[in-house]
Design a protein around this ligand. Sequence first.
Ligand SMILES: Cc1ncc(COP(=O)(O)O)c(C=O)c1O
Length: 405
Amino acid sequence: MTTINWARCHTRPLLMIPGPTELPVPVIQALNQPPAIQYDRSFDEGVLEPTTLALRDVFQTRNEVILLPGSGRTALEAGAVSVIEPGDRALVVAAGQFGLLMREIMQRVGAELTELPVELGQPLDLDRLRTEARRLRPKAITLVHNETSTGTTYPAAEVGAIAREVDALFLLDTVSSIAGIDVRTDEWGVDLNMTGSQKCLAAPLGMALVAVSPRAWAAMERRTRGCTSLAYDLLRWKQHWIPESRGGQVKDGAPRRQPVSIPTHLTSAMQVAVRLILEEGLPHRFRRHEVAAQALRAGLGAMGLEMFPDASLLSNTVSSIKAPKDVETAAVVARMRDHYGILIGTGLDKIRTTTLRIGTMGITSSPPYVLPTLAALELALRDLGYKAESGAGVAAAQQVFADNT
Ligand SMILES: Cc1ncc(COP(=O)(O)O)c(C=O)c1O
């Protein structure tokens, strides 16, 4: 008898990794057009500007959202290099790989850095952070809202309040949370909200986004030395692109220059992605991510699997799961991809061989993605010698969806 490989009929695996994520069809269609000229008014005023203005609603801010070519780390680096001068004190919360990434970026821009390490998957000690912040009086405090490496969400509102108390800028990485988990840029006092396009925004990889507060603009304007980067100097957006009526330096209606050439296809795709998010509505979208993650976790639990992080921090966009004893995480990923056509991830760095990660982001936070993932995981684990009760994972997840419809 022929052995069936269920992945063979697919040209690509379904992306259940924690980003990049699956794209809605209208977003894919927006990419299929001839090149536009990025500085032409029809693109600059007809696509780029309305997209950045609509993004304000997604970021829950009244301030500017800047779109740049790049990825999440471009946004982090642009934010850091724009406000930090060599020797400025920065307090960096590092609860995983992406906290460490922020630490490295801060180091590279010359910050005098203090790290507040947090054990992987464990809560952040806010009292300790407050004490450190009061002692150091840093220019900036940085936090990764949703630590993608451990599947944890940290209390950004509370960290924002601490930053405000010590008059520090609050730099927040929302790469794996924006548009999937409630992110209140203005309410939480986020001065630079830095993210990327390819996760819960459900747009193609290739754009970096930064929401900039008036306090962050003021910090850029107060610099004693100019920013060492040209393409990533955010202040140039205020000087060359943002109109006077929005606090910028360009006369309304006057010709203006984009400080860096903006990718036209990616912006068009982002415009559609943002329209879909706002049409769905943020409360619906956040609730959808919450229920889909709950359903996934219920399914995993019914298969006898445990979550990696502390129960108080479980993320609604990235689930980090302890691998069953004697099962290799890389083998699970390979089996899922090669035989069942679904791509999930291993953990990163120290927990690479002991954890698996599944993303529920954008459209994948829904039954047609979560249920087959659980089914395929059960099959892949069975192939590798771990036997869960047949169908138990899917049944438990289905129950959560049924109870929350
Ligand atoms: C929380 C977080 N920060 C930063 C990054 C880096 O983003 P990018 O890979 O888009 O540069 C990632 C990527 O997964 C992330 O999850």
